[in-house]
Ligand binder design. Structure first.
Ligand code: ZN
Length: 234
């Protein structure tokens, strides 16, 4: 059973409310259903309701013959996406503070939080500093600059960029990292929209990818992005 089938089946049996807090991650070879609880309270709840829930699952889908439910509590993941050189320090800090506040409002103060981000550029440094200063956990990811992928335009002589020390790097690595971090899963994406249109278009493709993975998005636009401001005003 793939993850979207598992998800659809779980939602149908337990209902949208429970499915929001408790998400299936795997149905293993021993017919144990592994679920991820967003808060410790839900993990306790599931342990208490485990047998009743298993019976409900088996009544709805006898062919699955679920043996039991294994619960785990995982921290909430806020994924920060944006250009390596985000120009607005104050806006970044305010946005991170607001995202943190919103997540606590949504999931309760007992949920632990991990800030997932790229390590390169000023943005990576600033997010890492804020996370440490706020006492939260951070999960930084570095792009794999060395290795090209099969979908790289390797015929294009401009594709591999050259550093001052004459070593080369894959120009697509930075952009590819966003999708790799989305694949690791997140409960919210904080998207810092670049002011220049070309970078904004590239990020939009990644945000579409996050939307397809059903991750809630929060877009932050720079104050000098007139197009967005005018649209919002009209
Ligand atoms: Zn490449």
């Amino acid at each position: 059973m793939d993850s979207s089938e598992l998800d659809a089946w779980w939602r149908e049996v337990v209902g949208e409310d429970v499915a929001y807090w408790v998400r299936p991650t795997q149905f293993d070879a021993d017919r144990q259903l592994h679920v991820r609880c967003l808060t410790p309270a839900w993990s306790t709840q599931l342990k208490l309701l485990g047998q009743a829930m298993t019976a409900r699952l088996n009544a709805a889908y006898p062919e699955l013959a679920v043996a039991g439910i294994i619960t785990a509590t995982s921290p909430l993941r806020i994924l920060v996406l944006g250009p390596p050189q985000w120009p607005h320090h104050e806006l970044l800090i305010t946005s991170l503070e607001t995202a943190w506040h919103d997540v606590v409002q949504l999931y309760g103060p007992f949920s632990s939080l991990v800030c997932v981000h790229a390590l390169h550029g000023r943005l990576g440094t600033e997010v890492a500093c804020w996370t440490r200063f706020s006492g939260l956990s951070a999960e930084g990811h570095a792009p794999d600059w060395d290795t090209c992928r099969p979908d790289c335009p390797t015929n294009d002589p401009e594709h591999r960029g050259q550093r001052a020390d004459r070593t080369t790097f894959c120009r697509s690595a930075g952009g590819r990292l966003n999708q790799q971090m989305i694949d690791l899963g997140a409960d919210m994406v904080l998207a810092l929209i670049p002011p220049d249109p070309a970078s904004a278009r590239r990020l939009a493709a990644d945000l579409q990818y996050a939307r397809a993975a059903q991750i809630p998005l929060w877009e932050v636009h720079t104050p000098d992005d007139h197009r967005v401001r005018d649209q919002a005003a009209s």
